[in-house]
Design a protein around this ligand. Structure first.
Ligand code: MG
Length: 189
């Protein structure tokens, strides 16, 4: 180990695949086999570059946190330009939704987490919050009707900046926008 930089945990369905959207701009439909089924997945081919630039600039480690588990490295990452990333495994012993596995994986490291399902698990989340204690933790909700936006990454950047430390980067909305290469979409809320 030794690497204690903050984690940026990535869910697939919701953040990277806005499955509730109808023809989301910038996304392409992919048919992906996984677990014996074929899924229709919206993917934005800019997301890999955006996330890698973000991780580099803000010194966070990208990790899959999705029920696609290792299939994310086969079915999702290559399409959007992400290299193979570490995977949080849930397996058959998962409990507390994804929270127990995340708690064990993070092992006290600060983490930001992009997911669309936090509101479905309030009791589990309360348990997780209690377990994490004072360890910096950002659970950032993504709309599955919109997917990941520049504003979302700005929120994560602001959180990372709030941690301070030697790797803190100066932060302005424009700088994040420049880093992501995105123009914030109007109306994303
Ligand atoms: Mg999801």
């Amino acid at each position: 180990m030794g690497d204690r930089k903050p984690l940026l945990l990535l869910d697939v369905d919701g953040p990277l695949n806005p499955f509730r959207a109808t023809k989301p701009p910038g996304y392409t439909m992919h048919k992906q086999p996984s677990m014996g089924q074929t899924f229709n997945v919206w993917l934005n081919h800019d997301h890999g570059r955006v996330l890698l630039d973000f991780a580099d600039q803000h010194d966070v480690e990208l990790v899959w946190c999705t029920t696609w588990e290792h299939d994310a490295n086969v079915c999702i990452g290559p399409h959007i330009g992400l290299p193979e990333l570490p995977v949080i495994e849930f397996g058959f012993t998962a409990h507390q939704w994804k929270f127990n596995a995340v708690l064990e994986y993070a092992a006290g490291r600060p983490l930001a987490w992009l997911d669309d399902d936090f509101p479905l698990f309030p009791k589990e989340r309360a348990w997780f919050d209690e377990q994490r204690g004072d360890t910096p933790t950002l659970l950032h909700l993504i709309s599955p009707s919109v997917g990941l936006t520049a504003q979302d990454l700005h929120t994560v950047a602001a959180w990372k900046y709030s941690l301070g430390g030697a790797n803190a980067t100066s932060l302005t909305p424009k700088r994040v926008q420049d880093a992501t290469g995105w123009t914030a979409r109007k109306g994303d809320g």
